[in-house]
Ligand binder design. Structure first.
Ligand SMILES: [Mg+2]
Length: 249
């Protein structure tokens, strides 16, 4: 009798747990496809590996022809560091980017690497004393320390690397690229550097781009003939966010 009751209780408890789990599964909203593409798809990882893999022989050939100091410039977010976990956590609470939550994420220093970037950088560092690596990011200057710490944790930071975070709203990426080329201001310590390759996930990692009309014109008329793609400019995929969301405003 007692064992019969016990069995019944176990069955009831088990059904209860099952229905709770079913309710929770119904409540959980699926993540946006753009985030799933980054976190789950083999295609996303293959694209990243492909970009860095194809870039290596091109960059190597250019590097070996240099007689002065040169630099490869990499954006950080979604180019070197993968912040998909941040996107997942924001989506799970039905929220998007906020400056505060982003800073908290940056300070966790937990972003893993984008596929392919470590092998590329390791190879680049074998190219002799003229070689330099610069991380050029719109992460704010206040977050420079945790950014370097994160890069160090995933083993892509060397002490003679350059990092150029954003010091103010007016401090554009184009300004910081000029700073590297001219070797002035914040870039004085290294002197002028020849920018032989740029890596990014946003058009502004390569050139200024303002307004939907300019973007449309560049995409339709200039981009197909712009020989810098795949020779100097290397674009990583990022379907989750970018200037394109706001029509390049
Ligand atoms: Mg980026």
């Amino acid at each position: 009798m007692r064992s019969n009751m016990l069995t019944k209780s176990v069955v009831v408890l088990f059904s209860l747990l099952l229905s709770m789990a079913a309710c929770r599964a119904q409540d959980a909203k699926p993540l946006p496809l753009s985030i799933q593409y980054v976190t789950k798809s083999v295609e996303y990882a293959a694209l990243c590996e492909q970009v860095y893999g194809l870039a290596w022989p091109v960059v190597k050939q250019k590097a070996l022809a240099q007689t002065e100091n040169w630099v490869v410039v990499l954006d950080v977010d979604e180019t070197v560091l993968d912040n998909a976990q941040y996107a997942v956590e924001r989506a799970q609470i039905d929220s998007g980017f906020t400056r505060q939550s982003w800073s908290a994420w940056v300070r966790r220093e937990k972003a893993p690497l984008i596929p392919g970037v470590k092998a590329f950088l390791d190879s680049l560092r074998t190219l002799g004393p003229l070689a330099h690596v610069a991380f050029l990011t719109n992460r704010r200057f206040e977050n420079e320390e945790p950014t370097v710490a994160n890069l160090r944790k995933v083993d892509v930071w060397h002490d003679d690397d350059i990092i150029l975070t954003r010091k103010s709203r007016d401090d554009t990426k184009a300004d910081r690229r000029r700073c590297l080329e001219e070797g002035t201001g914040r870039c004085e310590a290294k002197g002028p550097l020849s920018l032989i390759a740029l890596f990014g996930d946003n058009i502004r990692d390569f050139m200024p781009m303002q307004g939907i009309e300019n973007a449309r014109n560049y995409r339709q008329n200039e981009l197909p003939r712009d020989a810098r793609w795949g020779t100097k400019f290397f674009m990583l995929p990022n379907p989750t966010y970018g200037s394109w969301e706001q029509d390049y405003q």
